[in-house]
Design a protein around this ligand. Structure first.
Ligand code: NAP
Length: 317
């Protein structure tokens, strides 16, 4: 007979790992599927300065390692696999993942589920962006900034992520230009000020990227920018482009299983409950608004507590 888990957690960012710590401490021995990016989005950020408890800041990967270590200490189990399908049509719920060995996909069963699959970088949707991905186009300054020592790079976006990426890139690049489609930033005041005060950062206001240039050369050589007011086109030379225009929720596997918003976020009822009793949700996959590590962790705790209570209410049914 197949093992039926008490709870399976899908995702291992701050939401999933906090849910793991809480459900593990409640004796539910959670099984966590780490997903395609174990540790989630924080593993691709630099210094995290606003997670309470780390007065000097902590790097994203280090913070996530500590959370995983903490969950493991209380007997959370991990499968470092990406879930490829779920079946929530009847209980126990079913979760399927491809195996790296090339063996046929395997299915696990669980009485309850906590979804914490997070969100992924939004792309501009240009063919040239795809063609030059990894050849100068990136969505992670921490991962790729090093390759742009003394080069000229652009960051697209006007939010906190764009400012953080731009500031981080000044450690390597000679010049960092923030390309923004309006003339006002959306980023928090403190990050705006840091960017304005940094002599290596300048701004291309009211500009959209029509094309990433360099396909023939096989590497980014510039951008074709359009002025949003005059419509005028101009070529801007640079060696790299970093995307920082927001995120899309990772909900592909839940389509047809759970109601989603127009933008693809999971619809939450009554704190962390989804439309299906026994399926809970935490973190950025249901949060278009706050999207902070600390709010993801908080909802992970809430989902774990709601899940524990629900499991107790249904007993062995
Ligand atoms: P965001 O706040 O949604 O900002 C996205 C930016 O990209 C906006 O400036 C937007 O322009 C622009 N944009 C969106 N689609 C675009 C497109 N197709 N073409 C060109 N520009 C486009 O996303 P985020 O910066 O990733 O931040 C997400 C959340 O995480 C926020 O709540 C933020 O506060 C938080 N965060 C916090 C920190 C921190 O506190 N240290 C760090 C990173 C992120 P418009 O402004 O015109 O809409």
């Amino acid at each position: 007979m197949k093992d039926i888990h008490e709870v399976i957690i899908i995702g291992s960012g701050p939401a999933g790992l906090t849910a793991a710590i809480y459900t593990a401490r409640a004796g539910l021995t959670p099984l966590v599927f780490s997903g395609p990016t174990p540790g989630g989005q924080l593993t691709t950020t630099s210094l995290v300065e606003n997670f309470p408890g780390f007065p000097e800041g902590i790097t994203g990967p280090e913070l996530m390692d500590k959370m995983r270590e903490q969950a493991s200490r209380f007997d959370a189990r991990f499968e470092d696999l990406a879930v490829t399908a779920v079946d929530f049509s009847s209980r126990p719920f079913k979760v399927t993942a491809e195996l790296p060995t090339g063996d046929p996909p395997r299915t696990w069963e669980s009485k309850a589920i906590i979804i914490a699959t997070g969100a992924a970088t939004k792309k501009l949707g240009l063919p040239s962006e795809e063609a030059l991905w990894g050849r100068g186009v990136s969505a992670c300054a921490t991962c790729d900034g090093f390759f742009f020592r003394d080069k000229k790079v652009a960051v697209v976006g006007g939010g906190d992520t764009a400012m953080e990426e731009a500031l981080f890139l000044t450690k390597f690049a000679r010049q960092v230009t923030v390309v923004h489609r309006r003339d006002k930033l959306r980023a928090s005041q403190i990050l705006q000020q840091r960017a304005f005060n940094n002599s290596k950062i300048d701004f291309a206001w009211n500009s959209t990227i029509q094309k990433v240039l360099g396909e023939e050369e096989g590497r980014v050589t510039g951008l074709l920018l359009q002025d949003t007011i005059t419509g005028a086109l101009r070529e801007f030379s640079c060696d790299g482009l970093f995307l920082a225009i927001g995120h899309l929720p990772n909900t592909e596997i839940f389509k047809g299983q759970l109601p989603l918003t127009e933008d693809g976020y999971i619809i939450v009822h009554d704190r962390t409950k989804t439309a299906i009793p026994g399926v809970f949700v935490a973190g950025d996959v249901a949060d278009q608004h706050y999207r902070q590590a600390i709010t993801a962790a908080a909802t992970g705790c809430m989902a774990a507590m709601d899940c524990e209570k629900w499991l107790a209410s249904v007993g062995s049914n």
